[in-house]
Design a protein. Structure first.
Length: 282
C-alpha cells in the first residue's frame, strides 16, 4: 500500500472547528461523488471574494495554524498564478532552488505521483511529494522522503505567512498558501527532486509557477466542469497548460479528441509529448 493511504488515526487538530473530515478525491466508492476538499461546492461570486476573514491574530500552535489556513480556504477558488508568484517572491523564490516532476490529469494522478516519488527515492534522491487533498492529516500533503511535514514546520510557516500577507487584499486562497508553504518547506529541507501534483486543471493552477524537468498528464475525464469546461477537449486544453517549451511531456492513451488537443498544445509550445503504453480509455 503506497504512502497516499498510510497513516495513523485521524488527528482532530487537522480539521478546523465545525468542519467535517475530508476524504481524497480518488478511489471513491461507486455511487458517490468526489469530495473536493480544496474547492467550494460552487464558484464564488465575481468581484472581491466573499467569506471568512483571516484572523488578525498570528497563529502560534499547529492547531491554530490549521485554523488560520482553513479560514483562508473560504476565500474560494481564484484561478491564476499572480498571487502564488507574489507569495514566492516574498519568500525569496524557493522554487528556483528545486527540480520538479509536474503531474496533471483526472484519473490516477495521486498514484502516478506516489510511484514517481518512490522511483526517485530508490535512485537515492531526497524527494519531496506534494499532493491533495489529504486523507487524515493536513501534513500528508507535504512529504519529504515519505515523512509528512512536521507540525512545528507548519506552525512556523504560518507565522511567517501571516506576517507577509496580513495586509493583502484579496488574501491568498488556501491552495495558494499551501502550495507556497510546500515549495518553501522543500527548499528548506534540501529536497533534490519534487513530485508536484496539480490541484485543479493545470494552466491556471497554483502549482504551474514551476519550470519542471518533465510534465506528466494522466488520463483525462470530465471533472471540475464549472471551472475547466463542459467537454473533454476543453478540459484537456486546461490540463495541457502544464506543458512548457523544451520540457518533455508524457501522457497515456487518451480519448481521440483529448489526444489531439494534447499533441497540438505540445507542438504550439515547442516540446515533445511521449505516449506511455497503457490501457486504452473506455
Amino acid at each position: 500500500m503506497h504512502d497516499r493511504v498510510r497513516g495513523t488515526a485521524r488527528d482532530p487538530r487537522d480539521h478546523a472547528p465545525g468542519t467535517a473530515a475530508r476524504l481524497p478525491d480518488r478511489r471513491v466508492p461507486a455511487g458517490t461523488g468526489p469530495d473536493r476538499s480544496d474547492c467550494p461546492s460552487s464558484p464564488p461570486a465575481r468581484g472581491p471574494r466573499a467569506g471568512a476573514r483571516i484572523s488578525r491574530t498570528a497563529p502560534v500552535t499547529y492547531a491554530e495554524s490549521l485554523a488560520w489556513l482553513y479560514g483562508a480556504r473560504f476565500s474560494g477558488i481564484k484561478p491564476g498564478l499572480d498571487t502564488t508568484r507574489r507569495l514566492l517572491d516574498a519568500l525569496g523564490n524557493p522554487e528556483r532552488k528545486l527540480r520538479f516532476l509536474h503531474v496533471a490529469g483526472t484519473n490516477g494522478k495521486g498514484s502516478v505521483c506516489a510511484l514517481l516519488a518512490a522511483i526517485c527515492r530508490a535512485a537515492g534522491l531526497r524527494t519531496g511529494l506534494y499532493t491533495s487533498p489529504h486523507l487524515c492529516s493536513f501534513r500528508e500533503r507535504i512529504r519529504i522522503d515519505e515523512v509528512p511535514i512536521a507540525e512545528e514546520a507548519v506552525a512556523e510557516a504560518a507565522r511567517r505567512f501571516r506576517a507577509l500577507t496580513g495586509a493583502w487584499d484579496p488574501a491568498p486562497t488556501f491552495f495558494e498558501m499551501t502550495t507556497a508553504l510546500a515549495l518553501d518547506a522543500f527548499a528548506r529541507s534540501g529536497a533534490e527532486i519534487v513530485v508536484l501534483e496539480t490541484g485543479m486543471g493545470g494552466r491556471l493552477d497554483a502549482t504551474n509557477v514551476v519550470h519542471p524537468l518533465a510534465s506528466v498528464i494522466t488520463l483525462i475525464a470530465l471533472d471540475h466542469r464549472e471551472w475547466l469546461g463542459d467537454t473533454l477537449p476543453e478540459i484537456a486544453g486546461e490540463k495541457a497548460g502544464i506543458l512548457k517549451p523544451g520540457v518533455p511531456g508524457f501522457t497515456v492513451p487518451q480519448d481521440p479528441g483529448v489526444g489531439e488537443v494534447l499533441r497540438t498544445a505540445a507542438a504550439r509550445v515547442g516540446t515533445t509529448l511521449e505516449l506511455v503504453p497503457g490501457p486504452e480509455p473506455d
